[in-house]
Design a protein around this ligand. Structure first.
Ligand code: SAM
Length: 206
């Protein structure tokens, strides 16, 4: 998979554009900037936006090519992003470090989801915020109509609401919904799509 992503990111231009994901930017615009982690951040459109808004940003991805492009984008905007190359499966961060974590189109196989979503929980500080937009399992049908609408073609790599509710059942949900949205994100997220959107706060006691 890492080779797939390095190849995709070796193409000219930004595969998902240079503008942030809308659901994310709407959330960031109403929050006071603190520390934030972007797992599987790709070419940096989201982490660079957060840095521009004054957040103290850490990001990682297992694609070196993505990191280079992200750092270039950060430089163009005159902001700093602490961006490392790492595999999520290696748990590259200490527990309870970040006041927010933004997981935007980060997709894993059903077998890996419980362990990886548990890592998100570990990395978020008590009282911290989880912001998430991912493709739902219904996206499989949207892809049949419009292959450009995005997301992995394997339904086991997509999310159900239940999987996320279960993983974060101890959080206070401000937003949790499966909804149809219109994506305009570069070359690969274009058109009507089915996504799950979450904003949830970790309790202070965890
Ligand atoms: C659809 S892209 C989304 C990129 C970015 N979050 C965005 O919204 O523009 C998915 C990203 O997940 C990264 N990725 C997948 N599995 C990973 C893993 N185990 N560890 C780190 N990054 C991973 C890929 O390299 C890719 O950049």
């Amino acid at each position: 998979m890492k080779e797939f992503w390095n190849e995709r990111y070796s193409e000219p231009g930004f595969m998902y554009g240079t503008e942030p994901n809308h659901f994310l930017s709407n959330q960031l615009d109403r929050l006071t900037p603190e520390t934030i982690l972007f797992p599987a951040d790709g070419e940096g459109r989201n982490s660079v936006y957060a840095a521009r808004m004054g957040w103290e940003v850490t990001a990682f991805d297992y694609s070196e090519v993505a990191r280079e492009k992200a750092l270039r984008l950060a430089q163009e905007h005159g902001v700093a992003v602490e961006y490392s190359v790492g595999d999520m499966l290696q748990n590259p961060f200490p527990d309870r470090q970040f006041k927010a974590l933004a997981a935007i189109f980060t997709h894993f196989h059903d077998d890996q989801k419980p362990a990886l979503l548990a890592l998100y929980d570990r990395w978020i500080a008590p009282g911290g915020l989880l912001i998430m937009e991912v493709f739902s399992k219904r996206q499989i049908h949207y892809q049949e109509i419009n292959p450009q609408s995005g997301g992995p073609r394997d339904v086991k790599m997509l999310f159900s609401l239940h999987q996320l509710e279960e993983a974060f059942s101890h959080y206070a949900f401000e937003v949790i919904r499966e909804t149809e949205t219109e994506l305009r994100e570069g070359l690969h997220h274009v058109g009507k799509s089915s996504v799950i959107q979450i904003v949830a706060r970790k309790p202070l006691s965890f």
